[in-house]
Design a binder for this molecule. Sequence first.
Ligand SMILES: CC(C)(COP(=O)(O)OP(=O)(O)OC[C@H]1O[C@@H](n2cnc3c(N)ncnc32)[C@H](O)[C@@H]1OP(=O)(O)O)[C@@H](O)C(=O)NCCC(=O)NCCS
Length: 218
Amino acid sequence: MWFKNLRADVKAAKNNDPAARNAFEILLTYSGVHALSWHRVAYFFHKIKLKLLARIISQLARFFTGIEIHPAAKIEGGVFIDHGSGVVIGETAEVHKGTVIYQGVTLGGTGKERGKRHPTIMENVTLSAGAKVLGGFTVGKGAKIGAGAVVLKEVPPYATVVGVPGRIVRIREPESEDSTHSGIIAVTALNAELNMEKEERAKEAARIAEEKRSGKKQ
Ligand SMILES: CC(C)(COP(=O)(O)OP(=O)(O)OC[C@H]1O[C@@H](n2cnc3c(N)ncnc32)[C@H](O)[C@@H]1OP(=O)(O)O)[C@@H](O)C(=O)NCCC(=O)NCCS
């Protein structure tokens, strides 16, 4: 299982990093791959209730990689942590395969919740550099979280979220087997709604600018 996951992680690095040359180099030099392998050891010890040992392994991995993953976090094989420094993944977080996590990402809690208080990241999500996803909600399959975004609520599949607080700026059509007719209709409706919001914001900005201009003239 450990080797199967490691193989999936190396493959994910190869698929997602154009600079990756071969599996051997990835195994030797990619701190994201190292952090995930150490995490699986820590997760094993956490499961068998050797929680202090699990914590020590997790802290050692943090020391060497700059990536802090709580031993109880559930991470599938085939996740890629690129660069890695400053990544923090909390205790009740779940990360599914195909997800790419860049440096400075936090999968954390808001400090107000108990129990499940860290996010669940579904398959093939992009968490861009410095993104903070805070709370026990789900980020849907294929979503993209922009660099520096702070996400505080559920993200639908294939949505792009940017800004602070995070707002949806686009929902892409599912590219694969799940691009059903009803799915496409839902996406089209959501995008129309987003475009209307954008137009309204632009009109409001133009109105404010006009008011300022006429105020100056008087
Ligand atoms: C969000 C992101 C993934 C692009 O997703 P996308 O679905 O292709 O979205 P687009 O580029 O079409 O942008 C959609 C809108 O969001 C805005 N936007 C994109 N990224 C943004 C960000 N990080 N912060 C604020 N606004 C952003 C765009 O300006 C655009 O606005 P507009 O519709 O008013 O023109 C990308 O912009 C991003 O943040 N990439 C960072 C990747 C990274 O971390 N790289 C580090 C490598 S070391």
